[in-house]
Design a binder for this molecule. Structure first.
Ligand code: AMP
Ligand code: MG
Length: 404
């Protein structure tokens, strides 16, 4: 392993995503509960949105030709929102409100600010162009159009759009059931006192948070001793209940690294030395047909490998269209003088240099320093074999973007 060649993130992702199945089932849920879910099918527009021409302002619906002579118009009708209007009598105006349907015969709406009432008749004080202040039927969505495509992750605005085409129930892909195992004889749960050689189990909690934000269902979250038999039993059992098993620790070459051995015995295994920093060792394969991802032990490495590798796997499993993110290009407010053969993900946060955004890097980027990830709001990418000078533009991924 120590001498195994480094694998680029792209190469690992390509191999890995090729082996992740897309969802083949779906469930129908209430629109109100769809936030963060992924559409299982295309949705087309059943009827034009909006369904009729309607007024963009409070004012008066008119036939623009009637105003040409500049004469006053009697007001023949009042059309509140929600009413079905009768046709506009020629040579008259109708009082109308924002969202009210335009009566047939009217071709324009005059804003009330541009009108005066003289002896109960409407006098228009500004020029009127035909079609003004009318929101056209179907201006948002036309019947038969694709409203949203299969694989779309539903944000609040997609919930609104689905409501606007009248859907109460929506077909989405299943939530991904994930089992998490932290491995290591040294691990102790928070709330207990530490003995010699022990540390608190950090990854178990961080992964629970990450998976919750990713919209997954956490079906198990256990801590395993470094023993072959317990590791084997736990993984076999989880394989029956989960779509994805994530382990931390136990995938390097130490004698107590049993996750790797069990995967080799019970399923399949690809073990990579990823060319990223932090986060070198990464195992991928399956146990009894259930996908499994073996992340490193180091918490900062867990965060980075989960975001960079685990999230694309989860997105593919839930059928999301969009598997990668482009990030933003922002000026570096730091310097990296020594190139590395591994792509480095620096814990950074956005700051301001005058009017310009700039990335500040946490001073200690050691992979054992988890506090850097709490200080940070995202990751900056230092490409392989590159240095960075202050002011150079680098790629930045916000943590929020990576978890979508
Ligand atoms: P390993 O890959 O098992 O050799 O672990 C690498 C490093 O990460 C070691 O220093 C472990 O103590 C540490 N580590 C592993 N798992 C956890 C965990 N769940 N919480 C905190 N640190 C961990
Ligand atoms: Mg270990």
């Amino acid at each position: 392993m120590a001498d195994a060649p480094l694998t680029s993130l792209e190469e690992a992702l390509k191999q890995l995503l090729d082996r992740v199945p897309e969802p083949d089932t779906s469930e129908t849920v209430d629109l109100m509960t769809t936030l963060g879910r992924v559409l299982a099918r295309d949705y087309r527009v059943p009827a034009d949105v909006p369904p009729a021409d309607n007024s963009a302002v409070d004012g008066y619906a008119v036939r623009s030709a009637d105003l040409a002579a500049g004469k006053a118009l009697p007001i023949s009708n009042r059309i509140p929102a929600g009413a079905a209007p009768s046709a506009l009598e020629p040579g008259t105006a109708a009082r109308i409100f924002t969202g009210s349907e335009i009566p047939s015969g009217a071709d324009s709406v005059v804003m009330q600010e541009n009108t005066e009432l003289q002896d109960g008749q409407l006098v228009v004080t500004a020029e009127v162009t035909e079609g003004q202040n009318i929101r056209r039927r179907g201006q948002d969505l036309l019947r038969g159009d694709l409203a949203l495509a299969a694989g779309t992750r539903i944000r609040p605005q997609e919930m609104g759009l689905l409501a606007s085409i009248g859907l109460a129930q929506v077909e989405v892909t299943p939530k991904i059931r994930v089992a998490v195992f932290s491995t290591g004889d040294e691990l102790v749960e928070p709330g207990q006192s530490l003995g010699p050689g022990q540390i608190y189990n950090t990854n178990r909690f961080m992964l629970a948070g990450l998976l919750t934000e990713a919209g997954c269902e956490l079906v198990k979250s256990d801590t395993l001793k470094d023993k072959r038999e317990t590791t084997r039993q736990a993984l076999e059992d989880a394989a029956r209940h989960a779509d994805l098993i994530i382990t931390t620790g136990g995938v390097s070459v130490g004698e107590e690294d049993h996750v790797r051995a069990v995967m080799e015995d019970k399923g399949s295994l690809a073990l990579w030395r990823l060319a990223i920093k932090p986060g070198k060792p990464l195992a991928f394969g399956h146990i009894d047909g259930t996908l499994m991802l073996g992340l490193p032990g180091n918490p900062a490495s867990v965060l980075v490998t989960f975001l960079m590798v685990g999230m694309p796997v989860i997105r593919r499993l839930e059928g999301q269209q969009k598997l990668r993110y482009t990030g933003d290009r922002i000026a570096a407010g730091f310097r990296v003088g020594r190139p590395s053969v591994r792509r480095e993900f620096l814990r950074v946060r956005r700051g301001q240099n005058g009017a310009e955004p700039v990335l500040e890097a946490y001073p200690n980027q050691n992979s054992g320093v988890l506090s850097a990830t709490c200080w940070a709001d995202g990751l900056a990418v230092v490409p392989e074999n590159s240095t960075v000078e202050e002011g150079d533009t680098v790629t930045y991924f916000s943590f929020e973007e990576l978890l979508r």
